[in-house]
Write a protein that binds this ligand. Structure first.
Ligand code: NAP
Length: 365
């Protein structure tokens, strides 16, 4: 198969580095364009990340030789698009919300689809917030989005907040199986890599927990309602339930967000055995497509009392599986469990790549 040449905006950052590493041997996509801030622009990629490369895995040697472009200069990407070197971009930019929103729209207007990790467009009326296993049908709003803006091939699709990934797919699996969830109380223990690089100062993190991550609780309480909602006549209708209360904490873990979750169902209440069976059997992507980034087992249940643990479980299923443990009755709601996902892979770059695989399958890339 001829690979699709594409680009990464914010390629030098924490999420951008994960994109570059995960795409090293990707069978469908090939990184041919990298962009970051004016601070990195003009340098070779290998020089721009020298001394700040965070991953054990390396980048493909040809990517190291690419010149980093200024992500604010859309004309450079448009020219690369015309040369057949940048069919679409992943956006892993960390800049002001208004600037990100405008910049991503400028790429789409230039005919370059944008698959974004930034939060800027998550509440834009015609932009889908995709978790491939939950709401792949939300991608069907893309033609409407293109029509609304007069865009030709360009569009914007985004990923949700990384902290909700570990528990929203299991919760969706239960709802889909006929057990609507009405209330959720979730406490997250989020890794420091979630704050980018250099991120939270080490003196705030060592021997410490910070019980506040700006904007994270609001995002965790709202975004699931769009993801679980419907698209009717080209417009999103958010789900009314579940009602969610989130406590988000930053903890001294490198990678892997953990969530401790209590659920209350409606009238239909599954037994613990039914819950585990639903999760073990859960599959939602078209299996015959063999999406390169989809784990064979999306939900892995650990029966040991002391799992999941970030260091031991975050790399399960190529760091794309969600690991669930401590499934037990809840004294206040109905059930409770602990779930873990790799925040910079499943929660960021890996999830973005899986969305791109889905969008290619649907013919949008
Ligand atoms: P990061 O490590 O701080 O990287 C930020 C990237 O944006 C760098 O490539 C940086 O380029 C570039 N950038 C900064 N200012 C810019 C500007 N004015 N113009 C153009 N480019 C600019 O951040 P991150 O953690 O990778 O996060 C990237 C995005 O993903 C954010 O929107 C974040 O909210 C989201 N996200 C992160 C995670 C996670 O786990 N970390 C998870 C989900 C979503 P230079 O290197 O040249 O400064």
């Amino acid at each position: 198969m001829v690979k699709i040449p594409m680009g990464v905006l914010g390629a030098t950052g924490m999420v951008g580095q994960n994109y570059i590493a995960l795409l090293k041997n990707h069978p469908w996509f090939e990184v041919r364009y990298v962009a970051a801030s004016p601070r990195s622009a003009g340098k070779k990629y290998k020089d721009a990340v020298a001394g700040r490369w965070q991953l054990a895995d390396n980048y493909a040697p040809p990517v190291g030789e690419l010149a980093v472009e200024d992500a604010n200069d859309v004309s450079r990407a448009a020219a690369a698009n015309k040369r057949g070197e940048c069919a679409f971009v992943f956006s892993a930019l960390e800049m002001g919300k208004d600037e990100t929103r405008a910049l991503e729209e400028a790429y789409a207007a230039a005919g370059i689809p944008v698959i974004s990790n930034a939060s800027a467009h998550r509440w834009t009326a015609d932009v889908p917030v995709l978790i491939a296993e939950i709401n792949h049908h939300h991608a069907d709003i893309i033609p409407r989005q293109q029509k609304n803006h007069g865009w030709d091939r360009g569009f914007i699709a985004v990923k949700p907040n990384c902290s909700i990934q570990s528990y929203m797919i299991p919760i969706h699996a239960l709802i889909r199986a006929g057990y609507p969830v009405e209330r959720i109380i979730v406490t997250t223990l989020q890794a420091v890599s979630g704050a980018g690089y250099p991120g939270v100062p080490s003196l705030d993190m060592i021997d410490n927990i910070v019980p506040y991550i700006g904007g994270e609780e609001e995002k965790s309480e709202k975004e699931p309602l769009k993801i679980l909602g419907l698209v009717r006549d080209g417009v999103f209708e958010n789900a009314a339930l579940p009602k969610i209360s989130a406590h988000c904490n930053r903890v001294p873990v490198t990678d892997g967000h953990t969530a401790c979750v209590s659920l209350e169902f409606g009238r239909e209440k599954p037994s613990l055995e039914t819950v585990k069976k639903i999760w073990t059997e859960f599959r939602s992507l078209p299996q015959e497509m063999n999406f390169p980034s989809a784990p064979a087992e999306p939900l892995i249940i650990r029966e040991e009392n002391d799992r999941p643990q970030p260091r031991k479980d975050r790399d399960s299923g190529g760091a794309m599986a969600l690991v669930i443990g401590r499934v037990r009755p809840c004294n206040v709601f109905d059930i409770r469990f602990t779930a873990l996902s790799h925040n910079t892979v499943r929660g960021a770059a890996g999830g973005g790549i899986l969305n791109a695989e889905l969008l290619k399958h649907k013919g949008y890339l």
